[in-house]
Design a protein around this ligand. Structure first.
Ligand SMILES: CC(C)(COP(=O)(O)OP(=O)(O)OC[C@H]1O[C@@H](n2cnc3c(N)ncnc32)[C@H](O)[C@@H]1OP(=O)(O)O)[C@@H](O)C(=O)NCCC(=O)NCCS
Length: 194
């Protein structure tokens, strides 16, 4: 697949309640506030950006350049009814040498938890991964303490592969374990009953 021609335009997605759109540098203030919230820091294990300048750099690296270099996609989650950003999700580590697999990440503002919003966004983005990116394997790494995320990922049909010891860091920069979950194309087909 030629990624530049296949995705010459950022693939925005609409679901029942959501509009998943392209991130731009204009999202810097939102990014700073969102990724400074204690719940998002705790869930993702990434420390909050130091200041708005650091937030801008992270936004460029993890969202804007990710697509520019076609190493993944990060969508900004907005509610159709008011267009405000409430979170983000997407694929990264979509290496050209291993284009059949990628990792997923996601985060939602706390006031919107428990309404099935991330489940709705994830279902659409998972379909996109298997249908349009030709993925065969999708991975998610979750810290064992993040029970809410683990419950959601299992409900989506991901399977637990095991504990990956000291795979990444917590928000304080200490090595921390992750649980690895995956969904294979065959799991996805089974779920969709093709
Ligand atoms: C992980 C995270 C995205 C989960 O968000 P969430 O809103 O709780 O998850 P969902 O949107 O799928 O909601 C699922 C819950 O909504 C309920 N729900 C309500 N309406 C629903 C609907 N229409 N469809 C599906 N679920 C619905 C489900 O029953 C479920 O509740 P339960 O867990 O009590 O059974 C969120 O907690 C978060 O952003 N945390 C901080 C960052 C983070 O941890 N990121 C992940 C790092 S691995």
């Amino acid at each position: 697949m030629n990624r530049r021609t296949a995705f010459s335009k950022f693939p925005e997605i609409r679901t029942k309640r959501l509009y998943l759109r392209k991130p731009t540098m204009k999202d810097a203030e939102w990014y700073f506030e969102h990724f400074s919230s204690p719940e998002v820091v705790w869930g993702g294990g990434e420390p909050a950006p130091r200041d708005i300048g650091a937030a801008r750099e992270e936004l460029r690296k993890y969202m804007v350049d990710l697509y520019r270099e076609r190493l993944g996609f990060r969508w900004i989650i907005t509610l159709k009814r008011d267009g405000r950003p409430i979170g983000s999700l997407g694929y990264y580590k979509w290496a050209p040498s291993a284009g059949y697999q990628a990792e997923m990440g996601y985060d939602l503002t706390k006031e919107h938890w428990g309404k099935g919003i991330m489940t709705e966004a994830m279902n659409a983005v998972i379909d996109f991964g298997f249908e349009k990116m030709d993925l065969n394997r999708v991975e998610v790494f979750i810290m064992p303490r993040n029970k809410r995320s683990i419950k959601m990922i299992k409900n989506l049909g991901f399977k637990r592969e095991g504990l990956i010891r000291q795979h990444y860091f917590d928000e304080f920069g200490n090595f921390a374990d992750d649980v690895l979950f995956s969904m294979l194309r065959s799991d996805w087909k089974e779920k969709r009953r093709f």
